[in-house]
Design a protein around this ligand. Structure first.
Ligand SMILES: [Zn+2]
Length: 112
């Protein structure tokens, strides 16, 4: 009887959670900021993750921000290659300078 009540409570709580979209909020808690590469200024830019790519630069209002990937060897952020390039070329994720495989994880660059 009491076990049944607990299950019912859990189901209601899960339903409320879905309705209020708390799963999306939790995802943003894990990834609050994303490193972008500004193709206009050729510099990195850190901001909240945007849904569209390229993302709109909040200061210029222009869609010049592409997600950046990090080379651990050069300690440098680079623009992510286009999706077609990633699908066609397995080496697209490798650093053009040193050949190290790059990743989306890395130390946040200093804000200008
Ligand atoms: Zn490199």
């Amino acid at each position: 009887m009491s076990l049944n009540r607990q299950w019912r409570f859990a189901l209601v709580a899960a339903g409320l959670c879905l309705q209020s979209g708390c799963t999306a909020e939790n995802a943003e808690d894990i990834l609050p900021e994303t490193v972008y590469y500004d193709t206009a200024t050729k510099s990195t830019f850190v901001m909240e993750r945007a849904f569209e790519t390229p993302a709109v630069h909040p200061q210029t209002g222009r869609p010049t921000l592409v997600p950046a990937i990090h080379c651990p060897k050069c300690s440098q952020w680079r623009p992510t290659p286009p999706v077609e390039e990633l699908q066609r070329n397995p080496k697209a994720m490798e650093c053009p300078r040193c050949g190290t495989r790059m990743s989306f994880d890395g130390p946040l660059p200093d804000s200008p």
